[in-house]
Design a protein around this ligand. Structure first.
Ligand code: HAM
Length: 434
């Protein structure tokens, strides 16, 4: 096909191929079981929400809202946005479905998120998050439990090169007072600030602390620290969290410059980072958002959550060397002749009814015996089940081990389901012995 006719994938949006899916499935399976064990329930929310939701939740002056959202007007004239993150939608759903009412909710959700960022390794325009939200809990115990749950997840996945960064942003009031101090400080050093930071001085000065610009590092590192300006309750909350983590043997690093890119946070914020992925080092991040629910029109309810970047965690899983490929079939079914072709499906479906745990691949699309045996070999199956017209006439099937020299044998069709498990067990024993 001529190149110009080939429609390419959208930049920054990836296919997940069968050879890569093992890590995704492992992460999905392990998180599903882990979250259930901690009492979290799954929910699903739409990929598309009214644009106003994200503007209000994430903040007008954040990078996400200012430049990264996929926003469009639909044919009815509504401004809609592909979700850039999961928290806003979950909170919106909790409010509009009347789930709050003083309830304590432990929820999780997952799926694709969309941000128009500059794509690079580990940073994509469609990426996936697994997102956990605990709504209605005020104390530091839930902060600690969420962090302990993620620490357990890394252990279960064999991921070791991770570090927990922790900070407290205080309440919105204490942050306001700090913010004024920070703006005054940066104004004194305005000549050193780059254009981006000067713009942020008005809308979102805390984000200047995140700047990676080397020419600004001296000024940024001498800036007043939020942690020195915490209100007493936030300080107490944070100290209690740190004490619980220490008592549980969970290592953390205090990072007074961890401010996060979304405006809804208050008090605890945290980020798990790794040195194994290059520049995009955050694999799981979150924090408290005690003011968000009220800000979106629900009753004031404290809450905390986090989201992990699935692509990044999957990359760490594959680096950890977990066996991730789908197992080969147990039995490859070879079939030849008109009568056999007609009757194979019914026979095989009956075996599948009775032996649902046996992975059975049927040769599809015909082919002579030689070609079918080649496919059977390639499939990796230890056993071939051969059904020709002759066999059907005599009411038998031939069974041929594919990985051992043991010869072919015959088995009455009516005894197949009784014999196959035992034969597979023998073959597995033989292959381990060899
Ligand atoms: P976030 O830090 O924006 O937080 O994203 C969470 C995680 O998603 C990051 O740590 C990273 O692993 C992954 N991620 C973010 N952007 C990209 C991207 N462009 N490509 C690949 N991975 C990415 C949130 O989204 C909050 N909603 C988390 C939260 C939940 N806070 C409270 N509850």
């Amino acid at each position: 096909m001529e190149k110009s006719f080939l429609v390419q994938a959208v930049r920054g949006m990836n296919d997940v191929l069968p050879e890569q899916i093992g890590g995704w499935q492992l992460l999905e399976r392990v998180t599903r079981e882990l979250f259930a064990a901690y009492g979290f329930e799954e929910m699903r929310v739409p990929l598309v929400e009214n644009t106003a939701l994200f503007k209000r939740a994430i903040g007008e002056f954040t990078d996400i809202v200012e430049k990264e959202m996929y926003t469009f007007t639909d044919s009815g004239g509504d401004s809609l946005t592909l979700r850039p993150e999961g928290t806003a939608g979950v909170v919106r759903a909790a409010i509009t479905n009347g789930l709050l009412r003083g309830a304590r909710l432990k929820l999780w959700t997952s799926g694709p998120m969309f941000r128009h960022e500059r794509p690079q390794k580990g940073r994509y325009r469609q990426f996936h998050q697994i997102d956990v939200e605990a709504i209605g809990f005020a104390g530091p115990d839930v902060d600690a439990e969420l962090i302990a749950m993620t620490a357990r997840l890394w252990r279960q996945l064999g991921i070791t090169r991770v570090k927990l960064k922790l900070n407290s942003l205080g309440t919105s009031q204490s942050r306001r007072a700090y913010r004024e101090k920070l703006v005054a400080y940066f104004r004194q050093h305005e000549s050193v600030l780059d254009a981006d930071s000067r713009r942020r001085l008005e809308g979102n000065p805390l984000r200047i602390l995140d700047s990676k610009n080397p020419e600004m590092q001296a000024v940024v590192s001498a800036a007043p620290l939020l942690t020195d300006h915490l209100d007493p309750e936030s300080r107490e909350h944070f100290d209690a969290l740190c004490a619980m983590l220490a008592a549980s043997g969970i290592d953390y690093v205090l990072d007074p410059r961890l401010v996060r890119g979304l405006d809804y946070y208050s008090r605890t914020v945290f980020e798990w980072v790794t040195d194994a992925l290059g520049a995009q080092d955050a694999i799981c991040s979150g924090g408290r958002y005690d003011g968000l629910i009220n800000q979106l029109g629900g009753d004031a309810t404290p809450a905390i959550g986090f989201a992990m970047g699935v692509e990044r965690v999957v990359e760490l899983i594959s680096q950890a060397g977990m066996p991730l490929t789908q197992p080969p079939p147990d039995v490859y079914v070879i079939t030849s002749g008109e009568r056999a072709q007609r009757n194979t499906l019914a026979l095989v479906e009956k075996i599948r009814d009775e032996l649902p745990q046996v992975r059975l691949h049927v040769n599809l699309g015909g082919g002579n015996f030689k070609a079918q045996f080649r496919r059977a070999d390639k499939s990796g199956a230890p056993l071939a089940l051969i059904l020709g017209d002759g066999e059907f006439e005599r009411g038998v099937a031939a069974l041929k081990p594919l990985r051992q020299e043991t010869g072919q044998s015959e088995c009455p069709l009516s005894e197949l389901t009784a014999r196959i498990p035992a034969i597979l067990k023998d073959l597995a024993g033989l292959s381990h012995a060899g």
